[in-house]
Design a protein around this ligand. Structure first.
Ligand code: FAD
Ligand code: DLZ
Ligand code: SF4
Length: 517
């Protein structure tokens, strides 16, 4: 009897969802699933050790789950002596093993990998069906249509369309609470107390322990520590953390979204980004659970709206921008910034307490919350004129949730303004006053946040003004920058020179340290 033709279904490391589009309609009897731990993916940037460990362990657990559900999975381990080390090489070997009639795959999350998938049909001489990734709410076509109609691509208007599309927090055609956005209620500093929410920690099981040993041995020269690894690596445990967040942290999320505290890495944040991005959690289901809490009177509107906006607004919007702008987006540099990123980004060893705290925690956990990424490490890199591509590579390698579709627009666009304002209407440049307002960092810093110049002055202060003046040609016409330029013009010349000299002295010290490194 003739055997029915096989379908080969490669599943990438950020496609760990049982409802993945490539699996839909497939017959377990005639489908061969292919999961590949490959050297190319583990080294295309120097990923934080915990990022590699998380993805490999989650892949191994997901393969076991798929097998339990009746699928046949070919699993290529990283230390397989026959491995070619690349997605394309491993698909080629699988085609050789199974002689499939066709390949079905869900689209990749990066231009780099998309180019590989696009080449397979010609390379293997069989039909390759690339399905859209419907774990996202907006399709590429929807985003393109929305963007085409506009001069400025502001997230807020896109977000309103996503509210209408999903029906989340809607009363008929109107937003619940009578307004779309409650962001102005979300700006409170926090105080540490014993009742603060804590994320769950998941002790490594045998599979994770084997992966941790592999990563420790093979990626010893990658940044970060494995010591505190306690991430969930299954959908089941990710759902437990989701529930922990909904029960204990969500209520404070809105109020304290921008707060930062020494020794408190997670505050009221969800820590769900690694699971959402790898496919262990469903973003829409999470938003519906948040809405349910709001409708049941358990959380205030500013919290529910603020959280849902991050997911169906920002997360979807940055993905839309990534695919719309194309692979060249990674090389934009409107401010012509060229400085090397300081070595302390990989060690946390700096006397600036805000940076030491944000980077130290990143090296320990492969995670930092949004305002640390944006207003501490991001703003500092912006102010010193760090090369935005180098900044992008740092964020891509160092965070457990980093894939280019989400990381690049956040870094290059939102944080470094290297796209000239496609994502943000003005650069996220700020003096030390912002960090002082939103955190307790300055209280235990060797620098004085109130001083603008001199050896004890907070470096952010002079650097801020130096940035403003350096980019006058590009930024002075921006109405949202009018205030700083007016303030600068009102300063007397002696003050202006003192500030610029102070910034120059700091930047010279940075450059000297970079040369010595
Ligand atoms: P929470 O504060 O609990 O927020 C809930 C969820 O909202 C997040 O899990 C995330 O899925 C979503 N979200 C919030 N803000 C954003 C945003 N700006 N863009 C996209 N999704 C958002 N997020 C990533 O997932 N991967 C990245 O590589 C990444 N790189 C970033 C780089 C920079 C320079 C900046 C400023 C932000 C970056 N973000 C990135 C966005 C954000 O910082 C993280 O999503 C968030 O800190 C993850 O922690 P959490 O799950 O506790 O988030
Ligand atoms: C990030 C990553 C790493 C470190 N390793 C693997 C791997 O070994 N196998 C795999 O399938 N995926 C890995 N990934 C995630 C991929 O890089 C990701 O799927 C692509 O970047 C597409 O978004
Ligand atoms: Fe950071 Fe300046 Fe505050 Fe020190 S004083 S923690 S460098 S903002």
């Amino acid at each position: 009897m003739e055997l029915p033709p096989l379908t080969l279904i490669p599943i990438l490391g950020d496609q760990l969802s049982l409802g993945l589009s490539s699996l839909r309609g497939a017959d377990p009897a005639t489908a061969r699933l292919l999961m590949m731990e490959v050297a190319d993916e583990t080294t295309y940037v120097r990923h934080h050790k915990q990022k590699i460990a998380f993805i490999l362990s989650a892949m191994r657990h997901h393969a076991a789950l798929l097998r339990d559900q009746g699928w046949t999975v070919d699993y290529v381990a990283l230390d397989d002596p026959d491995s070619t080390g690349s997605f394309t090489g491993e698909v080629a070997r699988a085609v050789g093993r199974h002689d499939p009639a066709r390949i079905v795959v869900t689209e990749a999350g990066e231009w780099r990998v998309r180019a590989m998938l696009d080449a397979w049909e010609t390379l293997f001489g069989i039909p390759v069906e690339i399905r859209s990734d419907d774990r996202f709410i907006a399709t590429h076509a929807e985003f393109a249509t929305w963007a085409e109609e506009r001069k400025q691509l502001r997230m807020e208007y896109f977000y309103r369309d996503m509210r209408r599309k999903t029906g989340l927090l809607m009363d008929g055609k109107d937003p619940v609470g009578g307004q779309w956005n409650f962001d102005h209620d979300n700006r409170k500093p926090a105080k540490a107390d014993l009742l603060m929410p804590r994320p769950l920690r998941f002790p490594p099981d045998a599979i994770t322990q084997a992966v941790l040993a592999l990563v420790a041995e093979r990626f010893a020269d990658h940044p970060g520590s494995l010591d505190s690894f306690a991430w969930a690596v299954t959908a089941h445990d990710a759902e437990r953390q989701q529930k922990q967040f909904l029960d204990h942290a969500l209520a404070g999320f809105g109020d304290y979204q921008d707060a930062m505290l020494t020794g408190e890495p997670s505050l009221w944040h969800s820590l769900l980004s690694p699971y959402l991005n790898a496919g262990l959690l469903d973003p829409l289901a999470l938003c519906r659970a948040v809405e349910e809490r709001y409708r049941a009177g358990k959380v205030p509107i500013n919290t529910a709206e603020g959280f849902i906006r991050q997911i169906i607004g920002w997360r979807e919007y940055v993905r839309g921008i990534y695919w719309r702008e194309g692979p060249d987006y990674a090389h934009r540099n409107v401010l012509d910034a060229k400085r090397a990123l300081p070595a302390f980004y990989w060690t946390g060893e700096t006397d600036m307490h805000c940076l030491a705290e944000s980077i130290g925690q990143t090296l320990e956990n492969a995670h930092a919350h949004h305002i640390q990424r944006l207003m501490v490490t991001g703003t500092f890199a912006l102010l010193i004129g760090a090369d935005p591509h180098a900044v992008h590579l740092w964020y891509l390698e160092i965070y457990i949730d980093a894939y280019e579709w989400v990381e690049l627009p956040n870094t290059l666009g939102m944080s470094q303004f290297a796209d000239g304002g496609l994502l943000g209407s003005k650069p996220y440049a700020a003096s030390g006053a912002y960090i002082n307002k939103m955190s307790d960092y300055c209280k235990s810093c060797r620098y004085d946040v109130r001083q603008r110049t001199g050896p004890d002055a907070c470096p952010f202060n002079a650097l801020y003004w130096d940035f403003v003046v350096r980019h006058e040609d590009t930024l002075a016409r921006n109405p949202r920058m009018a205030m700083p330029y007016r303030t600068w013009a009102k300063m007397d010349e002696a003050t202006q020179s003192e500030i610029r000299d102070s910034a120059k002295a700091f930047l010279d010290r940075l450059d000297a340290a970079a040369e010595a490194y």
